[in-house]
Design a protein around this ligand. Structure first.
Ligand SMILES: O=C(CO)COP(=O)(O)O
Length: 262
């Protein structure tokens, strides 16, 4: 069995201007001692307008955390007003990009087909997609969550070869747990993360599935991260609200690394 290093990704969503972004990254860098990075990878996903400032800080101070974006265009360039492309993000040194977040699916009508194109665009430009899947409350209540999430996963990876799929980080984010304070139980998270890994194994082989990181997201905080990452198939978290507070996010990263608190 491959040991997977946990990843904590802070999805800032549409919060913090570029000055506030600098202050938050400085706070994390100052609060989380370097030794923790041996046991946890830490990344932040600021709004596009903040990325250049975060890049300057991370490069200038040789910080150990990485950064990325919350979305990208499926196209490389051209007449797509308001969009930001993979080549632009790659030039800014982005390690990751979230793709298929439920807020993109809901407010921007992103289908599995669009998500598939975006996953391809990210990989083409050397950026690791954090591919988000997750069911609505009614789907869970009807018992369809495994079929729904594995279906979204396989659709988003359609046509990709194994050497492309190995660049992907999967994130299970049940829609009913996002921003609601209603976290999935560790057993719920483990059930779906294990099913997602099994779906990867069926399609791309056990070795690839064992090496792929599957994160959980939805109301993750310092108070629940330890029990989530203790699950065999949960390899870290995609964190929304709690990633905007430097102290809380630092605690969460330290706990994902196995502690102690700094
Ligand atoms: O959507 C999320 C991360 O991408 C989760 O958001 P919250 O942590 O605020 O519930």
């Amino acid at each position: 069995m491959v040991a997977r290093k946990p990843l904590i990704a802070g999805n800032w969503k549409m919060n913090l201007n570029h000055l506030e972004a600098i202050a938050l990254v400085q706070k994390i860098a100052f609060s989380l001692p370097e030794k923790y990075y041996a046991k946890v990878d830490v990344t932040v996903l600021p709004p596009f307008t903040d990325i250049r400032s975060v890049q300057t800080l991370v490069d200038g101070d040789k910080l150990l955390l990485s950064y990325g974006a919350q979305d990208l265009s499926a196209n490389d360039s051209g007449a797509y007003t308001g969009d930001v492309s993979g080549p632009m993000l790659a030039k800014l040194g982005c390690t990751y990009v979230a793709v298929g977040h439920s807020e993109r699916r809901q407010y921007h009508a992103e289908t599995d087909e669009v998500v598939n194109k975006k996953v391809r665009a990210a990989i083409k430009h050397g950026i690791k997609p954090i591919l988000c899947v997750g069911e609505q409350l009614e789907v869970r209540e009807a018992g369809g969550h495994i079929e729904h999430t594995t279906g979204q996963l396989i659709a988003a990876l359609k046509g990709l070869k194994a050497d492309q799929v190995k660049e992907v980080v999967v994130a299970y984010e049940p829609v009913w747990a996002i921003g609601t304070g209603r976290v999935a139980t560790p057993a719920d998270a483990e059930e779906v993360c294990a099913a997602l890994r099994a779906a990867l194994s069926d399609k791309y082989g056990a070795e690839l599935a064992e090496a792929t990181r599957v994160l959980y997201g939805g109301s993750v905080k310092s108070g629940n991260i330890a029990e989530l990452v203790a699950c065999d198939n949960v390899d870290g978290a995609l964190v929304g609200g709690a990633s905007l507070d430097g102290e809380e996010f630092t605690k969460l990263c330290a706990l994902a690394a196995g502690g102690p608190l700094p």
